[in-house]
Design a protein around this ligand. Structure first.
Ligand code: GLN
Length: 463
């Protein structure tokens, strides 16, 4: 019997290598688990390759396999080529289990914005799994995939991983190719792993990362080291006051993060408080100018002509208007309007130009902190998983979910979520932020802490 709830990808790989299970048996074990949480938009009945199977967020373009980005406008879109990450997953021999649910065009923090219905949280189905990559996170927690890929623009890997109790890495911007990924905000989008353990995360990162001739923003990546150290000797950890004492952080979350920081000290880390005054005060506002601005130009390609939905009409303009009206949900429409406004003549300098300057200041503030520290820590999400519908009608309340994940994203830095305990029976996530290209440091610190914390990633109701 394969216990899909407990088996890590590394253990699964061991079973395959020793011939204790076949790739087909492994695939079928995950395929057989009922998807009563709506994790998947599409499940495949068989996969190619002899490795550990994987689920892909449905913004990841897959040749011959429907890729919807959670939108009606791409409901019947079947890419004619593979994204680079999908191609790398294939080369590594990982069979694809299916495409996971998400907020439409990855815009959201709860997966309630999916045009195909929300995903539910495996710890409590009345609650959201986070977003936008709620499908990938819920699938890994609920035993529907041993590991998965997500994408993170403002927090869409880190925040759902936090709410579902798994490990998630948003890699350094430029380490993972965006070629063939449905674009949201190109200067921020980054694909990364969602897994049960930090070691699985490092393994998967090593498969997808690296320079790609098809994406000129990618760089060479240092060799990935599988973490094994159990201590944190010599690791300098900074605790940004603004990110740990913010009034929006729930007391239960604050307490568990505080406990993990104490644990880090016991493991040998040097821990000190520090400050990122600009990043938390202005990060979110800056993000909600830059991300919608980029989204408004990226989404202009959905015009009923190139690909995707077309609603017929007598004139070209009428056709485009009807296509977009029928094809886009409320959140993409909201972002297109915000972004178009921020980029319009007369306002461009005041909004977009200003936001770019603030972004530079945020990057500088982080760079200064990394002169003194190897890792910065904070909660990943200020709250545990909230109820379905609780924030759906209030976009601003929803946007606050990413208060703590956005600042380092604006600076292009890697961030790792690891679960650090339960508050009110729901997972709490610890965010570890590193300097550019310091993924190995995050893996090392994350692994040592993960071991010491001893979090059980299987949702209590499924044990
Ligand atoms: N929740 C954020 C947004 O809606 C981040 C989404 C993401 O990272 N894709 O923009």
């Amino acid at each position: 019997m394969i216990d899909t709830l407990r088996l890590t990808a590394e253990e699964a790989r061991g079973l395959l290598e020793r011939g204790e299970v076949s790739a087909r048996e492994l695939f079928d074990a995950y395929r057989a688990v009922e998807d009563d949480l709506n994790c998947y938009l599409l499940r495949l009945d068989e996969g190619e390759g002899a490795g550990v199977p994987i689920a892909l967020k449905d913004v990841i373009g897959t040749k011959g396999i429907r890729t919807t980005a959670g939108s009606k406008i791409l409901e019947s879109y079947v890419p004619v080529y593979d994204s680079t990450v999908a191609a790398r997953v294939k080369v590594a021999g990982l069979p694809v289990l299916g495409k996971t649910n998400l907020d439409e065009f990855a815009m959201g923090s709860s997966t309630e914005n999916s045009a195909f219905g929300p995903t539910r949280n495996p710890w409590d189905p009345e609650r959201v799994p986070g977003g936008s990559g709620g499908g990938s996170a819920a699938a890994v927690s609920a035993g529907l995939a041993p590991w998965a890929l997500g994408s993170d623009t403002g927090g869409s890997i880190k925040q759902p991983s936090s709410l579902c109790g798994n490990v998630g890495l948003r890699p350094t911007y430029g380490t993972v190719s965006r070629y063939g990924i449905v674009a949201f905000a190109s200067s921020l989008d980054q694909v990364g792993p969602v897994t049960k353990t930090v070691r699985d995360c490092a393994l998967l990162y090593s498969i997808i990362a690296g320079r790609d001739a098809c994406d000129s923003t990618t760089v060479e990546v240092p060799d990935v080291e599988l973490p094994s150290a159990q201590d944190l000797n010599g690791v300098r950890i900074g605790v940004p006051t603004e990110m740990n004492d913010h009034p929006g952080i729930e007391p239960g979350v604050r307490a568990l993060v505080h406990k993990s920081i104490e644990l880090a000290r016991e493991l040998g880390a040097e821990v000190e408080e520090c400050s990122l005054p600009l990043s938390v005060d202005y990060g979110l506002a800056c993000y909600y100018l830059i991300a919608p601005a980029e989204a408004s130009s990226n989404l202009a390609r959905y015009d009923g002509v190139r690909y995707g939905l077309r609603v017929g009409a007598d004139t070209y303009y009428e056709m485009v208007e009807r296509t977009r009206d029928a094809g886009f949900g409320d959140e993409p429409k909201r972002r297109i309007m915000l972004g178009t406004y921020a980029l319009s003549a007369g306002y461009y300098e005041a909004y977009y130009g200003q936001a770019q300057k603030v972004r530079t200041a945020i990057a500088r503030e982080h760079a200064q902190a990394f002169e003194r520290f190897d890792v910065l820590v904070s909660p990943t999400s200020p709250t545990v998983a909230f109820r379905l519908g609780e924030k759906a009608a209030d976009p601003l309340a929803m946007y606050l979910s990413d208060l703590l994940t956005i600042p380092s994203n604006m600076a292009g830095l890697p961030g790792l979520n690891i679960p650090c305990g339960l508050s009110e029976g729901l997972p709490v996530g610890l965010q570890l932020i590193g300097a550019q290209l310091s993924e190995n440091t995050l893996f090392r610190a994350g692994h040592a802490l993960e071991r010491a914390i001893g979090f059980d990633t299987v949702p209590e109701r499924l044990r």
